[in-house]
Design a protein around this ligand. Structure first.
Ligand SMILES: [Zn+2]
Length: 299
């Protein structure tokens, strides 16, 4: 390349870099405009007192960094600054850092939930990595909670991550659940599901429930605003030998991946007070045929 060619390449690179900066600045302006609109809407409404814990401050709690980080959320008319501010004030407990918990935690950390709790007593094993995508080979033999928490923190240092490196059992369940607004059941066995459900009913917490086995998955939200709970649907626990687990019968890794993502979605909707949570309905995934079904009549 002659010197003209080198100079042309340098100029092209500089143009690209300036264009990229321009895009970033435009995004920041859009986010700030959205925030300003929201403030103006809020100050013109008749009822100045939001339902949230009586906070009178005008601030929505979003720093300039956050406005930039969550700009794609803030631009959404149905989510916006208020949805993000609600999310930031919320806390979500994820029970199980496995196939369902992995994608759920990744999205919950990325999206700006204020505080995330992770419960699990297991260690990462090689045969987990096919589906438990929050963990890496470097964490084999180490605590799943430690591993998941490290990944969440590396994604979003402004979210508080609380590690519960213990089994979820009757002696600690109520105390742990009581510290969070929304619970995500990412476990894989019936006794845990009943225990988590009962805690959520006692404490009045919405419960985002997911399950995946083989090539099928299901999703629903229990105990939301007076909606049905797990026991309403399954009053009596099945005999233990009737419950299959993926350790026994296998699971295609991406299936809990899909369901875990949908659990994050429902948890985000509940925590941000946006949209219509999947309460009183169940979403069924048949991965083999590529079909989702929404079932209502079972409730
Ligand atoms: Zn019930």
């Amino acid at each position: 390349m002659d010197s003209n060619g080198v100079e042309a390449a340098r100029i092209r690179q500089e143009i690209d870099s300036l264009k990229s900066n321009k895009r970033n600045i435009e995004q920041q302006i859009s986010s700030l405009e959205a925030q300003l609109n929201q403030l103006e809407v809020n100050s013109s409404t008749v009822c100045p007192q939001p339902l949230s814990n009586g906070d009178l401050s005008n601030s929505n709690g979003l720093s300039p960094d956050m406005i930039y980080r969550y700009s794609r959320h803030l631009l959404l008319p149905s989510f916006g600054v208020q949805g993000q501010a609600n999310l930031l004030k919320s806390s979500v407990l994820v029970i199980g850092a496995g196939g369902l918990g992995s994608p759920a935690l990744l999205y919950l950390a990325a999206c700006g939930v204020g505080r995330i709790g992770i419960v699990d007593h297991d260690v990462v094993e090689l045969n987990n990595l096919q589906r438990q995508i929050i963990h890496t080979e470097a964490y084999i033999g180490k605590s799943k909670v430690e591993s998941a928490a490290a990944t969440c923190r590396s994604i979003n240092s402004s979210t508080q991550i609380v590690e519960h490196r213990e089994a979820f059992r009757t002696s600690n369940a109520l105390e742990i659940v009581s510290k969070y607004d929304v619970v995500v059941d990412a476990t894989d066995n019936a006794p845990s599901r009943y225990m988590i459900n009962d805690c959520c009913v006692v404490l009045g917490k919405p419960l985002v429930s997911g399950a995946a086995l083989g090539l099928e998955g299901q999703l629903t939200v229990y105990n939301y605003n007076g909606g049905p709970c797990y026991r309403c649907l399954f009053p009596t626990p099945p005999p233990t030998n009737a419950c299959q687990r993926c350790a026994d019968s296998g699971v295609l890794g991406v299936v809990p991946g899909v369901i875990g993502c949908l659990q994050a979605l429902e948890a985000i909707k509940v925590a941000s007070l946006v949209g219509e949570p999947l309460s009183g309905r169940m979403l069924l995934l048949d991965a083999l045929s590529g079909r989702f079904r929404n079932v209502c009549s079972i409730f």
